[in-house]
Design a protein around this ligand. Structure first.
Ligand SMILES: Nc1nc2c(ncn2[C@@H]2O[C@H](COP(=O)(O)OP(=O)(O)O)[C@@H](O)[C@H]2O)c(=O)[nH]1
Ligand SMILES: [Mg+2]
Length: 254
């Protein structure tokens, strides 16, 4: 609990090995539940369900975006108000979690995302190809979403108010690595306020599942799709999402 609200962490996991254990151990004590979504990994040791950790499984690999959606749904079922997403490869610093949650808990935003690009150490820590790719995708995602000050569109460290989910066209969201871009497009389309806070870029030689050639070929398609997602979100989910935002702001007195 933080500020009287129930906080869950969703951890999408695919062949994460020992790193997952380190992530779970690092999740701060104020977090009420951790939902690990195992996505058809090769047989590996998964943590046992306990008081705080819940493991759900997809029988086949459906992608990181689909896993996050499953995690959100499970967290909402268990009464969470806000769900943060942390990767299973220990690349998200738990010390940044309170700052990431703050705009959502205070009612300033429905969604808050991390921004590694504005961190003073980013250029030293982030591999140069990732840095350049991220800057290009951030620029294009600004165009697609209409969020002119957006930074680090590729950051997966996020916090979302779960009561906006019914207003978002969830089944249209891209289920794999372009998910954060698509979710931003959907939230922008629904008029939901988005915040961002600077978080630490963590690179300790982890292997990314994103292959550069696939990214170059697939991301343009995902971004074009994002325009459609934004339009669908604007038309379909607008009323319910706006109502949720209004209620939340009224509750927080903003
Ligand atoms: N559930 C699920 N998680 C995935 C999948 N692909 C990646 N992930 C998780 O998403 C997180 C980030 O993936 P990664 O490949 O490291 O991306 P990067 O850090 O942005 O380069 C990690 O926690 C992975 O375990 C997937 O297909 N399913
Ligand atoms: Mg990674």
């Amino acid at each position: 609990m933080l500020h009287g609200q129930r906080i869950f962490v969703v951890i999408p996991s695919y062949n994460s090995g020992d790193l997952l254990e380190a992530v779970l151990a690092s999740v701060p004590a104020f977090v009420d539940g951790c939902i690990v979504v195992d996505d058809g990994s090769c047989p590996e040791t998964m943590p046992a369900d306990d008081g705080r950790t819940i493991v759900i499984r997809h029988s086949r690999n459906r992608g990181v975006g689909a896993a996050i959606i499953s995690g959100y749904a499970e967290a909402a079922r268990r009464g969470a108000d806000v769900a943060a997403v942390m990767a299973a490869d220990n690349q998200m610093d738990p010390a940044d979690l309170p700052a990431l949650l703050e705009p959502v808990l205070s009612g300033q935003a429905v969604y808050c995302k991390g921004d590694r690009l504005s961190h003073p150490e980013c250029r030293n820590r982030m591999p140069v190809v990732r840095y350049i790719g991220n800057c290009c995708l951030t620029f294009l995602t600004r165009v697609v979403t209409g969020l002119p000050t957006l930074m680090d569109s590729q950051c997966g460290y996020t916090a979302l108010r779960l009561d906006v989910l019914p207003g978002i066209p969830v089944r249209w969201l891209y289920p794999r690595y372009g998910f954060p871009n698509d979710l931003l497009a959907a939230l922008a389309g629904a008029g939901c306020p988005v915040a961002q806070v600077v978080v630490a870029p963590v690179y300790r030689g982890e292997r990314s599942g994103i292959r550069p050639i696939v990214a170059v070929l697939v991301y343009p398609w995902i971004l074009v799709r994002g325009i459609l997602v934004r339009m669908i979100s604007r038309c379909g989910g607008l009323r319910r999402a706006r109502e949720a935002v209004r209620l939340q702001r009224a509750r927080a007195g903003v």
